[in-house]
Write a protein that binds this ligand. Structure first.
Ligand code: CS2
Length: 497
């Protein structure tokens, strides 16, 4: 095989002979958007939509400056720098085929830990009109039990005492807003693209909590100059593997050090509330609506919670990918019943949405054998995901005297998962900010399962519901005795009766 062609601006015309590449003049694109968190999801979603818009022409002020905020984001920063911001999206179609496209919407990139002042200046720049975020569910720094900002976080303490060299998004935004206010620069929009119900509201509440303490004189300015639209974001984006990089090289001859792999499905529902203009993303398929809440609820409680159900049960059984788990008929039936009996009643009326076909489409998307979404990816950071994805359903069902035994089984399975071994005795690869605490509680729970529910920052006051505790303990003991597969089979057949 010929030597692979490194992906960069200089080689773009040669690469365009093989795969679809940006046809717009990237040198004329200005970064009106500063995006924090340039991982796979952002690059498969917002940057993808933005690339499609730039292709249409006439939108050159809406390019993206990607910010790598954390020290370990150094790798993606280096890759983007070496590739002039270019990267490949490999869409893994349901039929096993691959659609490949080079994306050019990220036209600048900064590594914050080495250049905090440059990043603050960029966020304060009058040409920056949107600062968007994918900082993960845990990145919003609030206590699940109280909904309040966690000031004890050592990085937040650092930011309060080192305003010129912040480590967290909150420290950066406070300084950028301060400069904007001092200079009389107009406000901008902070657009969360993370999987949190009311992600705009949550962002606003957390940013204001921090600012009240760090820069109290800024509160009124933020309230009148900064918009925080809510949004629902969706595209399944597994972790890129070495095999994906090789596959791209084999199929196209392109050397891309960090391509993105994703499913074909793509959705973005955005509240139309921007303080200083916005790209016409609706021209490329995004939906602008006045109320995103029903879409968010539906997606978080069905897709994301559905993922967690598959991930946690699948990890214990010993599966590696989500398609393997959902193609296990017993687990598939369990998931479908969980969606129908526990989640659906909690969603209320969803005007204009065909829930039945939405749920069917999820089963199909989860079953995409081509994307090989990793069980480890889905289970990672479950301590931040479960309260947002699964617990709202449990709370609804408890207060409406409804069904919650499926959710209780999943939470019991998660308690067992945190002991660190699957049912075959293999070590589980657990990645979670609360990993040590989870393991400690999981081990303490062996003889007294309800101790696990004492993790208040995850479960809040759930331990006070005797009904839930009972269902959870029953499920826990049964899983330990008979294993996941039998428990799932039994619950499936008991509900048929
Ligand atoms: C997943 C999400 O992280 C998770 O647990 O459920 O990353 C999911 O794949 C995306 O939200 C899909 O839009």
């Amino acid at each position: 095989m010929d030597k692979p062609i490194p992906l960069n601006q200089e080689n773009l015309s040669q690469i365009a002979e093989v795969v679809s590449c940006p046809t717009y003049d990237r040198s004329k694109v200005n970064a009106g958007i500063v995006h924090v968190g340039i991982g796979g999801f952002h690059r498969a979603h917002q940057a993808y939509y933005t690339n499609e818009l730039l292709e249409k022409g006439g939108h050159h002020n809406w390019g993206i400056c990607g910010i790598a905020l954390l020290p370990f984001d150094d790798k993606i920063y280096q890759v983007l720098k070496n590739q002039d911001g270019l990267y490949t999206v490999m869409i893994k179609e349901l039929d096993g085929s691959l659609s490949i496209k080079v994306i050019g919407s990220i036209v600048e990139y900064l590594f914050a830990p080495n250049n905090p002042l440059i990043v603050i200046e960029k966020m304060a720049d009058p040409n920056t009109r949107i600062i968007s975020l994918t900082i993960t569910e845990g990145g919003y720094n609030y206590d699940e039990a109280t909904g309040e900002f966690i000031f004890e976080n050592p990085n937040i303490q650092h930011d309060l005492t080192h305003p010129d060299a912040p480590k967290t998004i909150f420290g950066y935004l406070a300084q950028a807003f301060k400069l904007r206010k001092e200079r009389g620069t107009q406000g901008c929009t902070i657009q969360s693209c993370d999987n949190i119900q009311g992600n705009g509201h949550v962002t606003k509440k957390m940013v204001l909590s921090y600012i009240k303490k760090a820069e109290p004189d800024l509160v009124a300015w933020v309230n009148s100059n900064i918009a925080f639209p809510n949004s629902m974001v969706d595209r399944i984006t597994p972790v890129t593997t070495k095999d994906d990089i090789e596959l791209l090289k084999d199929k196209t001859g392109i050397q891309d050090d960090w391509p993105v792999v994703c499913e074909p499905f793509l959705q973005w529902v955005i509240e139309d509330d921007f303080s200083s203009g916005r790209p016409a993303w609706e021209e490329v398929g995004a939906q602008f609506v006045s109320d995103v809440a029903p879409y968010e609820r539906m997606k978080l409680s069905l897709l994301n919670a559905g993922h967690s159900v598959l991930g946690i049960l699948g990890a214990l059984v010993g599966y590696n990918t989500i398609d393997e788990v959902v193609n296990d008929l017993d687990i598939k039936t369990f998931l479908i019943t969980f969606m129908d009996k526990e989640v659906t009643p909690s969603l209320g009326e969803l005007k204009g949405i065909d829930l039945k076909s939405y749920k069917a489409s999820l089963i199909e998307r989860f079953g995409n054998q081509n994307i090989k979404d990793q069980v480890t990816r889905i289970c990672s950071e479950s301590s931040a995901k479960i309260p947002k994805f699964l617990l709202p359903t449990v709370k609804y069902q408890l207060s409406n005297e409804g069904e919650f035994s499926y959710s209780a089984l999943v939470i019991a399975a998660w308690a067992i998962y945190n002991k660190g071994l699957n049912e075959n005795g293999d070590l589980l690869e657990i990645s979670d900010a609360m990993k040590d605490e989870l393991k400690q509680k999981a081990l303490m729970s062996i003889n007294n399962p309800k101790l696990f529910l004492e993790l208040e920052s995850v479960f809040g006051v759930l331990k006070e519901s005797s009904q839930f505790v009972e269902a959870y303990e029953r499920a826990y003991n049964k899983i330990v005795k008979y294993g996941i597969k039998k428990c799932v089979k039994d619950i499936n057949s008991s509900l048929k009766k």
